[in-house]
Design a protein. Structure first.
Length: 266
């Protein structure tokens, strides 16, 4: 039974949010409005989950500077937030207590042609992440991290390219596209109201689907090699200051590990 669900939230895959400079960077002039849009999408997902029999929802605010407008958060949800985020092993012990995970407001990985606000971790520095030869974005990072903890990701919302990425990665996942990317700074959004009703229905359906045909936690065979390619040489220089980071070429470094947790969020 799916009773406890953890929701990872991001800001760039929300209907009505289309600009880094004006909406998602912490000094953006419409940052607070963007946070309200995300929070209402999250609330719609919480409603959907509760209607499908989920009783405990933890919202994990993972947008870089934070993306939840606290006062508007669903009364039945709790919020994991604050920066710097707690170390990953401590977050892992929280996530491991949940039956399933969901992702709301996700964007496509860096370098996707039509992915609206596409990036991987840093929109200003990262060209690509490649894990064991396969390009990955933030969806794969989180799904693999949860997967190693035995927690399946059963739902994702974002732009069409983010949904496509999740569908390819996680067989059986339920996705809801709230906007169609036309470019990194341009998209066709559903109205806020339509997006929220699609999210309510989609998240409830995800729980039902998972009950009928359980989704496996995402696991890839190890050992793991994560290659990070930066836009600028100096960022690769900086990355090599951390222990265990190997230099591949001027703009590329790599990390090796026996477990996903060793490499995926380093
Ligand atoms: Zn993100």
């Amino acid at each position: 039974m799916v009773k406890r669900v953890a929701i990872l939230t991001d800001l760039e895959g929300v209907a009505g949010v289309v600009s880094f400079l004006d909406q998602t960077f912490p000094d953006a002039r419409y940052f607070d409005d963007a946070k309200r849009l995300l929070t209402k999408e999250v609330n719609a997902v919480v409603d959907g989950l509760l209607s499908a029999g989920v009783s405990d929802v933890l919202v994990m605010d993972f947008h870089g500077p934070g993306g939840i407008w606290f006062e508007d958060l669903h009364p039945r949800a709790r919020l994991l937030h604050g920066r710097p985020l707690a170390p990953w092993p401590r977050l892992a012990s929280v996530i491991a207590e949940y039956d399933a995970a969901a992702i709301v407001g996700q964007h496509a990985m860096a370098g996707v042609l039509t992915g609206n606000l596409s990036h991987t971790q840093s929109s200003r520095t990262i060209d690509s992440y490649v894990l064991n030869g396969r390009p990955i974005g933030e969806t794969a990072q989180f799904a693999l991290y949860c997967g190693e903890l035995g927690v399946p990701v059963i739902f994702l919302s974002g732009d069409t390219d983010a949904c496509h990425e999740a569908d390819e990665l996680i067989p059986g996942i339920t996705t809801v596209a709230v906007k169609q990317g036309l470019g990194r700074g341009c998209a066709i959004s559903l109205s806020a109201e339509s997006a929220r009703s699609a999210l309510r229905e989609g998240s409830a359906a995800a729980v039902e689907r998972h009950r009928i045909r359980p989704i496996d936690p995402l696991r890839w065979d190890g050992p793991y090699v994560l290659e990070k390619r930066f836009y600028f040489v100096e960022d690769a220089d900086n990355a090599t200051r951390a222990a265990g980071v190997e230099r591949v070429d001027a703009r590329t470094v790599l990390l090796r590990g026996e477990s996903i947790q060793d490499v995926i969020y380093r």
